[in-house]
Write a protein that binds this ligand. Sequence first.
Ligand SMILES: NC(=O)c1ccc[n+]([C@@H]2O[C@H](COP(=O)([O-])OP(=O)(O)OC[C@H]3O[C@@H](n4cnc5c(N)ncnc54)[C@H](OP(=O)(O)O)[C@@H]3O)[C@@H](O)[C@H]2O)c1
Length: 282
Amino acid sequence: MSTHPEARSVRGTAVVTGASSGIGAAYARRLAAGGHGLVLVARRAERLRALAEELTGRHGVPVETVVADLGDARDLDRVARRTAGDDVELLVNNAGINGYGAFAETDAALLEKVLAVNVVALTRLARAAVPGMLARGRGAVVNVASTLAFAGSLPPDPLPSRAVYGGTKGYVVTFSRTLAAELEGAPVRVQVLCPGLTATEFHLTQGKDSVAGDAPRVHDDGGMPADDVVTASLWALETGEVVCVPGLVDGEAVDRIVAAELGLRSSATGTLAPRYQGPARH
Ligand SMILES: NC(=O)c1ccc[n+]([C@@H]2O[C@H](COP(=O)([O-])OP(=O)(O)OC[C@H]3O[C@@H](n4cnc5c(N)ncnc54)[C@H](OP(=O)(O)O)[C@@H]3O)[C@@H](O)[C@H]2O)c1
């Protein structure tokens, strides 16, 4: 963990996981420009160190780096302790890996790691952050999901081969929306950010190991610039939008999902639906 003691924060501290590249690094740059102190978390120490130097040099904010593998229980403990700190007013739960591959052929240990990083670590860090934020009467949590949380099972290419990844992002959406509902009226905001294809290093590795080298690289398949994704997220934090989908032109599409969900909930009547009545085939 390294700090730049000469730096000075004008706003509270933001913890950003997965800050060594892509959306997390873009978030770190925007928050530093806005005067936040930062805690940057990822595995690649050199990347974090270079980013910390850039941000303290340019904006004069304090930047700590925490080199940690969020799939490792002891590292996660360490990050959770820092995330529970009194100075933390924003948690960006951004670190994520894809583990893409046909379900039956993908290494089971890799799939467990996808769950550990995308689900367990994200939940643990939110749990570390929220109680203190509530007690201090101020704070926000941004959890990064994906449009694949909604559309992961839909054709055509390049889907499927990402059942576990889609499942973890579905968890992030449901967890975040339900927590936001639980905290409605409380002084802590919860947002779930659902990017579509974004121009980052994400598709250069399954995530078990980092992309090699110190210099960030971007995949060739196009996608939204990471900075635009962050712009949408910061707007949504201002407006209080819970489900933020940066590329979605028709914002009411989210409301239509809610309407469909209400329809589903009306099934909780205690009465078996007619189509299931009669003799079963098995
Ligand atoms: N790019 C897309 O098309 C896209 C679309 C929708 C959603 N997303 C989501 O956006 C988030 C950010 O991804 P990105 O697109 O910015 O990809 P990225 O450039 O690959 O960034 C992923 C970040 O997570 C960190 N990370 C990965 N495994 C980690 C671990 N075990 N412990 C700690 N940090 C770890 C990586 O750092 P180290 O390797 O240094 O640890 C890196 O900083 C992810 O949650 C992803 O699911 C991406």
